[in-house]
Write a protein that binds this ligand. Structure first.
Ligand code: FE2
Length: 277
């Protein structure tokens, strides 16, 4: 079966050997530089006054910047970090693909564009990127979800590109996905309302035994259909599971970006397509 047909049937596709060892090293080394320069005290996300409002605003602003987000279990009761900042971050997002030269070069490389083109996009807009650490011992679980919940277009056009930058195993929190579930459609939305972010309904119950682990070596690209349901478990092992992800939506053909999506760009700062054809 052709790879695109497999992707359309399963709602995901695992492509080993996509990123070279040199590309992985460049991304990881750049992240190490960003973390080294990051002062945890520079962000007020964990200020005690009106914490939800402050943290929501930091999250919303990260759509066009490089924001730092901690693991929930990174902190001691007094609010201090229990381990070094390098081992405390959950993710960095959400515009590395735009504002960081190393991530921009990888995210917009011809081979990335070629994969996206094979999925039929005319004007793919990369609307979000994340470097995910899945730290040893404290890496949090990501509950079952659909990416189109967070990145809504009419009609739905989201695809996720997820790269393993370290070997991903069931021990360190690999992705799990259910083949074919994307055909059941979108279950719920996440949107902004009065400066806050919220869901329109509770998460549905999923049949977890029907999910398969997507264990894969570093360098693998996993394509995720926007309505695919996937999750990852907490990392209780001593080994991290770094990954990089980017999401694209269609920007042509009358497709509209929901005005209440969490991620919004102004006219002076539009999303830049990978290509236009
Ligand atoms: Fe996801």
């Amino acid at each position: 079966m052709r790879q695109v047909e497999q992707f359309e049937k399963d709602g995901y596709l695992v492509l080993p050997n996509f990123a070279s060892a040199e590309e992985i090293a460049a991304l990881r080394s750049r992240i190490a530089e960003l973390v080294d320069a990051f002062d945890p005290k520079s962000i007020s996300v964990f200020s005690t006054t009106n914490q939800k409002k402050t943290s929501d605003q930091y999250f919303l602003d990260s759509t066009s910047s490089v924001g730092f987000f901690f693991e929930e279990r990174a902190f001691a009761e007094d609010g201090s970090l229990k381990q070094s900042k390098e081992l405390s971050l959950n993710k960095i997002g959400h515009a590395l693909h735009d504002v960081d030269p190393v991530f921009r070069a990888f995210s917009r490389s011809p081979k990335v564009a070629s994969v996206v083109r094979s999925l039929g996009y005319s004007k793919p807009l990369p609307v979000q990127s994340m470097y995910i650490f899945k730290q040893p011992h404290i890496g949090g679980e990501v509950v079952p979800h659909q990416d189109s919940t967070f990145l809504h277009t009419t009609p739905l056009t989201c695809t996720g590109l997820w790269w393993a930058l370290e070997d991903a195993t069931t021990e360190n929190g690999c992705l799990w996905a259910q083949p074919g579930i994307h055909t059941a459609g979108l279950q719920r939305r996440f949107f902004t309302q009065g400066g806050h972010v919220t869901f329109d309904k509770p998460a549905p119950a999923y049949d977890l035994p029907a999910f398969l682990p997507l264990e894969c070596p570093a360098g693998t690209l996993v394509l995720l259909h926007g309505e695919n349901v996937h999750y990852s478990c907490a990392n209780l092992s001593a080994v991290s599971r770094h990954s990089y992800s980017m999401h694209v939506v269609e920007g042509a053909g009358g497709v509209t970006w929901a005005p209440d999506n969490w991620a919004q760009r102004g006219p002076g700062n539009p999303w830049v397509p990978l290509y236009e054809s």
